[in-house]
Write a protein that binds this ligand. Sequence first.
Ligand code: NAD
Length: 311
Amino acid sequence: MRVVVTGAAGFLGSHLCARFLADGHEVVGLDNFITGSPRNLERVGDDRSFTFIQQDVTKHIDIPGEVDLILHFASPASPRAYIEYGIQTLKVGALGTHNALGLAHAKGSRFLLASTSEVYGDPLVHPQTEDYWGNVNPVGPRGVYDEGKRFGEAISMAYHNKHGVDTKLVRIFNTYGPYMDRHDGRAAPEFISAALDGKPLIVHGDGSQTRSLCYVDDLVEGIVRLALSDHVGPMNIGNPYELSVLELAKLIIDITNTTSPIEFGPRPPDDPTVRCPDISLARSVLGWEPTVSLEDGLERTVAWFAEDVKR
Ligand code: NAD
């Protein structure tokens, strides 16, 4: 296949490029580096089957030749990034998705949208199933991201229904692993960075809010399976192992063997109280479930972060 990955220089985009190349496909990566880094492309840059185009996907996308599959992953993804780049986040969720769908329509390609568990907002249903419509504050600080993704899902379905584009919607739950931005503000990289630097781990509120963290290799496997399936989605892909943010901080302290203390700070507005995927659909349709335990995944991530700091 010839696969186009938008957001190729980001955390997940770079893993997807590497995976599709390893599976023998040709990959064209697009990115404007708003939150991604050319460093993330170093591991694929020398592959003759990989081409990179520096481009803002909110502008018209033109890729010469055939395209079989488009993975639309371009978007700031951490609260710190999408609050800073609020307008760019809304634009890439709306105009970027429109352009990527236009390319899929013109080329007859399959299209997969990286949506998010944030479409569920601060959920009133727990664990979250795909038929839950969510509890999102459109005018809160996270609205730029959540509503951009909700629009992305809606326009993908409109292209599917009106133009017959072969779309797939994946709702990705918190994912972590090597190649994450150490300073993007999400709990796992923040805690790991603080632990490695010997600084306090700052837990928001009393830390009783929950998260469910998926190791990146598991997520990529789920996305590949969904992309190759006939299922339209939306489909949750994430790890249903749920723990509190305070438990996560303590686990990272154990794994890194740090002397860093835990300190408590204010909860950001609209911070979800609970977050856990129901993955029954992925289990039954794709035969997929995560295989990497949180301890193993965190150990691999800590080892990568420790090496990365030396670069
Ligand atoms: P990331 O910030 O590391 O990667 C996103 C990439 O998109 C970056 O390289 C950025 O430069 C690029 N980008 C942003 N706007 C662009 C534009 N207009 N044109 C071209 N490139 C642009 O984030 P990530 O964690 O890898 O997330 C990737 C995708 O997965 C995002 O769409 C995000 O919403 C979704 N997602 C991620 C998670 C997670 O836990 N990592 C969870 C849910 C959804």
